[in-house]
Design a protein around this ligand. Sequence first.
Ligand SMILES: [Zn+2]
Length: 483
Amino acid sequence: MNVCRIFSLAVGIFAATQLAAQSPSPTTLVKAGRLLDPRSGNVRSPAAVLIEKDKIKEVGEPSRVQANAPAGVNMIDLGTATLLPGLIDSHTHLLMDDIVAPHEAERARHLNGGYAPAQLLAIVESPSKRVLIGAQAAREDLESGFTTVRNLGHSGIDGDTELRDAINAGRVPGPRILACGRKLETRGETYVQNLNAALADAILQQEFLFIDGADSAREAVRQNVFHNVDVIKVTAEENLTVPELAAAVGEAHRNHLKVAVHAVDKISIQTAIDAGADSIEHGNDITDEQLKQMRDKGMFFDFTPTSYGDFFTRVFEATIVEDLTLRPERRGADEAHRQRYNDLIQQIRNSWLKSPDEFDEQDNQRYNSLVQRVLKSGVKFAAGSDMDWHYPGKTRGQTSVGRFPTLHEAGMPSLDVIRAITTNAAEMLGWQDRLGAIETGKFADLVAVAGDPIADITELERVRFVMKDGKVFRNDIQENQSK
Ligand SMILES: [Zn+2]
């Protein structure tokens, strides 16, 4: 049995143990050495949180809160740990698990730089299989501390809305999901060109709703409303017009839905600003003037530091290792064969990434500058992992949460990183009255880390305790006790 399999087996057993351990109790008292309020940056020490059913009833000094707790309250003492609000990943793709594969030759043969076999496969495979993959990713996200995620597309027609409902009904564990259904976009710029022309529409309609004029934009929003979505996602490319996007935004707002717009280049970003989008996703090429316009309109900038650092190089290498370990004949039995294989991998890797270090360094410097400019502009911001990659040896939650400390590497203060995935994200989602802070009346979504996440932001990658809706889904610190 290889390392990856042992690891995933261990994760599975761990998850089963944790899920069995959760005991719905009407009232719970959680005590911890520290409690961080991301909004103010204040730390309460020590702290206690009284939870009734799925809501926070009281937060304060332990002896006072405990005095107000009823007899028989379920007690959880987290010792010296630091409590934080449950984490929010405001841009993810739970129903995608793409493999980064050495497919450069495949790309060249298709004369098509955008050809991504894994993304096409996800659409044409069984939607039932896909939603089960999504259920696994959801559970793994929750185990890593994400109590809420906004799922922004690539879920088939109703995969994310159904997964959301299954989680809400308690059929499968996972974060609270804000689902967007199908992404709206214009024809032309999809990830899966060169399809059989006779079948292309039937395939693409499983994943996207196409905009061609303002009326079709409104109709696309209504289609998603029919599937009971929580948010509208639009991919803006240069050929999307302001009237088209404004029609989608108007229809969404009439239905009390916010609109998240994928926009990377300057023209698409301007379209999103002019059409009154609620958030701009990615936004990599934004100018200072555009940031000023966003600030004046109260729009959110959603950072997605997905590729920051050497992320894809690491995923690629882990994929190669997994590939080797999954093929018994390559495992050292034939050292010469293995060496030839490694050489081939190196060649493909060099052609794929050109010079990986150089590529990463330029990319990182551009991102550092983006982070600085957004912070300086005063525009509201949040952050999402934009995760849809299979990272061998890591759970989806570990892969996703590992993206956020990179914002600190890019120059964002730790407290702002935490705000981006708690209070700020809650406001961007329009759920600031229910999420994002440990306050009376809010959902009892809490996580705890052993150390101080302001001093060491990588503490976010080592969440030890997860409570969602007042139910404990992970507790590596202490088992529940009765008073
Ligand atoms: Zn995305």
